[in-house]
Design a protein around this ligand. Sequence first.
Ligand SMILES: Cc1cc2nc3c(=O)[nH]c(=O)nc-3n(C[C@H](O)[C@H](O)[C@H](O)COP(=O)(O)OP(=O)(O)OC[C@H]3O[C@@H](n4cnc5c(N)ncnc54)[C@H](O)[C@@H]3O)c2cc1C
Length: 567
Amino acid sequence: MPYRAPVRDLRFILQHVAGFAKVAATPRFAEATPELADAILAEAGRIATDVIAPLNRAGDLTPARLENGAVVSSPGFAEGYRALAEGGWVGIAARPEHGGMGLPISLALAVDDMLSGACLALQLKPLLSKGQIEALEHHASEAMKALYLPKLTSGEWSGTMNLTEPQAGSDVGALRTKAEPLGDGSHAISGQKIFITWGDSDLVANVCHMVLARLPGAPEGTKGISLFMVPKFIPDAEGRPGARNSLRVVSLEHKLGIHGSPTCVMQYEGAKGWLVGEANRGMAAMFTMMNNARLSVGMQGVGVAEAALQQALAHAMERHQGATPLSAEGPILEHADVRRMLAAMRAEVFAARSIALSCAVAIDMAKATDSADWQARAALLTPIAKAHGTDIGCEVAHLGMQVQGGMGYIEETGAAQFARDVRITAIYEGTNGIQAMDLVGRKMQDGGEAAFRLIDEVQRGAEAARARFPDLAGEVWQASEGLREATEALVAQPLNDRFAGAAPYLRAFARVLGGDAHLKAALADPDRLALARVMIRRILPEHAALLAQVREGAEGLYAVRPADLAG
Ligand SMILES: Cc1cc2nc3c(=O)[nH]c(=O)nc-3n(C[C@H](O)[C@H](O)[C@H](O)COP(=O)(O)OP(=O)(O)OC[C@H]3O[C@@H](n4cnc5c(N)ncnc54)[C@H](O)[C@@H]3O)c2cc1C
């Protein structure tokens, strides 16, 4: 079955779960009226469904390749990318003064959902440009903004993000790429970066690399990292791509999935680069780009999960295997176990999508109001949205294969492609383990205050639902109380004990937020009650086992010696 963008669910969640009306009520986003939001979702849905989704298979079967040092894209990607650029989708959240639409992140993220469900490999290209646009808006000089932002926003040029080196993955502070001042305001950048997504492209006139590097005498670790703009072609004063810069693609990685997205080893050989933001403050500037990208990557997981679910459902409605409890010759959808898988998939996708959109609403509210509380909410939800959205992406894609039996495992149907493609989302943009550590570390530096405020809100929501759905509301309330107690215990622990329970804690938090989202949905629309029951009665109870791990600390893990692991 062809992919169909989930416009209806996105609209419903924005309206009834994530509280998008608050965003539209701010002066900053006054233009994002319900009518405009509807029009944006409908048009992006149309492009995702009709233009981008048909490219997904070609990207898998005919990967991007390197010819004479240049990337050649998968068939059809040029037309697909052009449709995205010409439709203004790269600049959806960019500032209008540079040609962007200036729309809230909430709407941009909904578009990310649909485009990544349609074709993850191609969606990565505008995703990276969007992150770069935001980093430049915040940290670049006016001259750099004027030179780069209009081209990036229109999609004529594209952006990349260069952190990773062979010895510096999660530990970005270990990077060695050098930046030597050339005395004319530019720097010579030298070093190797690996795993660079869309590090070269035949779809655009210029590729703008954001590169992390060290200035001479810079302090060790992350405190000595600076951010540079290193274009493939050095723009002249009019902004036309000019001289070829001293950088090249050494090779493309062969990988499990996203074959249409070229993953490049990049060599910088004294390439000209220009400082973005302050010297030695590159991590702060890069974080702007990474925060944006982290949430979008979380939504990539949700988008692919949606596509995998749609395909599995279509199969389950057509495939017949023996008598079912409901009819003599019904489809496998009528078997309880198949229904269980599909119901869990839909409940999970709804919950993860709601968490991501709630995070986006918090980001928009923080931008529109400068409120510290909204900022803290956005910061708290970002690692949850990233890690949970992508975990669910992987799990739902695997369930999708299970629903389709052998047809799910063979490549022809495309079910396996979803599972292969989405797997990277749990790894890049900070592994999900690193996200969980961020949640229990940096995001709990306030003693858990932002978390407690969110738990209070969940409990108020449950109280409000108690009259109509006493059992479901009671279970969400109880689970959130368990989360509160575990959070109190967590913030009292030494850091490494927190880290030992970080991933289960993050998942338990997401379980509670998922219960809350489904409860709100059932209140707004009784047709959503059955799925809310699935989430709250069958999936939410998992929180108790997860929270038990939070209290265990690290000692028991280190008690397992390497020799024990060797078996
Ligand atoms: C297809 C693809 C595209 C990518 N695109 C880009 C890109 O465009 N730009 C870019 O810069 N990078 C990119 N990356 C790199 C990606 O972000 C890294 O692979 C990722 O951050 C993990 O780093 P690593 O691979 O070195 O793993 P490692 O850092 O070696 O991690 C291995 C394991 O150890 C764990 N771990 C590491 N440190 C800690 C710690 N302190 N505490 C607890 N656990 C820890 C990790 O969670 C993980 O489970 C891409 C990678 C791939 C495969």
